[in-house]
Design a protein. Structure first.
Length: 77
């Protein structure tokens, strides 16, 4: 799903760290070895259709690498 994050991500919370991330091997091969964390938060996004909505986002992040692979998990309205 294509989307653009319009503002700050709020209510940021960690879901998983290190070995408890199912995609850890793929992340390390693609982006590099680091202490990966799976995170979630709420942000206002613009969908491809142009609609602006709040959504729950999930992503991976690591120190020195940054935030990668954002996904929309739920549209909140």
């Amino acid at each position: 799903m294509f989307f653009e994050i319009l503002g700050e991500i709020t209510d940021v919370e960690g879901i998983a760290v290190g070995g408890s991330i199912r995609e850890l091997n793929r992340l390390q091969k693609l982006h590099g070895k680091a202490r990966w964390r799976k995170m979630k938060g709420i942000a206002e996004i613009r969908l491809r259709s142009g609609h602006v909505v709040h959504a729950e986002l999930h992503w991976y992040e690591a120190h020195g690498i940054g935030r990668k692979e954002f996904k929309v998990k739920r549209l909140l309205g």
